[in-house]
Design a protein around this ligand. Sequence first.
Ligand code: GLA
Length: 710
Amino acid sequence: MSLTQQLSFIQLHSDVASLIIKLAPAPEIIYWGHQLGHLDDAQLSQMAMVVSRAVPQARLDLDVPVSLCPETGRGSYGSPGLEGHHLGQNSTPIFEYDSHTQTGNQVEIRCVDDIAKLELLISLSMDGKTGVVKKSIQLINNNESAYQLNKLVLSLPLPYHAKELESYTGRWSREFQPQRTQLEHGVFTQENRRGRTSHEYFPGCLIGSHAFSEEQGEVWGFHLAWSGNHSWRAEAKSDGRRFVQAGELLFAGEIELAQGDSYTTPELYASYSQKGINGLRKANHGYVREHLLNFDESKPRPVHLNTWEGIYFDHDPDYICEMATQAAQIGVERFIIDDGWFKGRDHDKAALGDWILDRKKYPNGLTPVIEHVNKLGMEFGIWVEPEMFNPDSDLFRAHPDWLLTAEGYATPTGRYQYVLNLQNQDCFDYLYKCLDELLSENNIGYVKWDMNRELVQATHNSRAAVHWQTKAVYRLLDKLVAAHPDVEIESCSSGGGRIDYEILKRTYRFWTSDCNDALERQTIQKNMGIFFPPEVMGAHIGPHHSHTTRRQHDINLRGITALAGHMGVELDPVKESEVEKQAFAKYIALHKQYRHLLHTGDSFYLDSNDKTRHAYGVHNEREALLTVSQLAMPDYMLPEPVRLSILDSESDYKVKLVEYPQSSAGLMKVMPDWVEQDEVVVNGAILKQVGITLPVLDPEACLLIYIERV
Ligand code: GLA
């Protein structure tokens, strides 16, 4: 094979997946799936041979690739990767491969259109361990005419049998609701114009073989790392080829590139699994832990108490200190004062923007409270919502021009508040100063950074500006993190409105949802957990009587559901009964006992024929913890045995029932034999193939099983 032929392919390989790119006539992914191992020249020739396509009748007389940035100009009739123009010209460019540089599993490919004078730098990498692919594109305008960019999105192809798509919709207090659709002829689209990642459309989806499940099927998973507007598309072309496209959704005029200017897309992350959704969990969690998180590994994720649902705006430092005392008694390790601590913040209609302590509520300052919390051995955290101001605030009265809006139009409030224009340097500097002072003057280890409304007509210098506002939020966070590297920040946006990898690069945790109803949480956490490891998923025990759904749940369901994430408590311990408090202490202790496993192991769900239950577990080489949650009345009188496919057939395991709600015990005259004994040793092949029977559970109840290799 000649040198030119050798250079006409790029190979990226990992332990899990492989991706092969053919460079001519335009860079095109010709394979992305199960790992192949490095291909030699002969195998590459074979590959070129077997993937070459027929040119059918009644179409263009040449084969048209779905390239790394599909081009209408080349005759690709699917959705193009790039749309825009130079004052009406060059709307269908053709990018010729120019050159590429490859370092290990990372490649940058340069493609140019010399007529339009546009250049693309396409970056693609594959993580060697997890197989996670990362893609982004930079567009450079070399034309003296300004380029109006309408769209630059990231495309990845899929094989024909990838025909079932799962996406995640939602709303406030109900994030990550899965929906399935068939990808046959035509297009699935999803557009988010809310100016934040959104509750409504999580920027991610799965596409896989027919009826792919937790444990079965071939699946490709996608996530766009971006906290602003986004658009998604999965397209099955009329010739059967199919691809995913994701990118930032740009408003008209939002991005104009002068000569020499460039625009870079957000990063698209994509993973592959041959073992159902569980394979994606493993790949995504491994990748996030290795490349995105900045955790101090010697510090376990501290158990929280957050004051919001306990006291709302009603702050009294003596009472808060009593809450802290009782929090410490049940095992809490980080105490967070939520909304209501700053001047005039007695309700949600005023004071956002005025980041000074309310001396009426805290006449002696914050220090005595912080010292009390610290003396109890807990870290202190505080809530802020920097991107906003209320019309009723000193900040708005002084700087009405800092409002992010289109001049001349009336702007709606949302939760009685406006958005600040962070692109205004004075405004940016003011916010940085407030936050920097707050963190410099107080011993604060943790910030809950909230963002409680959507953007409308976000405009700067008369141009649509969601893009730049989003970038400015990142800049503000980056500056603060650089100045206060020991402070951990949580991303909250009315619960889970800003959950994505780009914000995670600057934060440590998500407030998953404002819904602390454990039954709802089961679904939210399950689906968020496909993309994010449990240690970044804030999960709190809420009150018996849920504030968001009015449903009531026993502590067993609340405790075990919260235990699976980054655990916390969201209530007022002072008002709780002794019995409840002892139960909080018990579940917090269980969480701490298994935290090392929960926060570093591989998460999995078992397929169940009974759709009314979740069987969620975490395992490593040595041990596994399995929670079985009965969400509704079981389909059958006897629960389906759990078959633990993650175990090793060659080993024996000790199995122990750690938690079973006594209220359910009355459902049986006789328990399974293994439950009657304190623990049982069983061969791995038996646990995998035969499974283990379970005691009967009431609806809305959970049990916990611990399994250890002997
Ligand atoms: C949002 C958050 C809540 C709480 C309130 C405070 O709704 O999601 O957790 O912090 O704001 O106003």
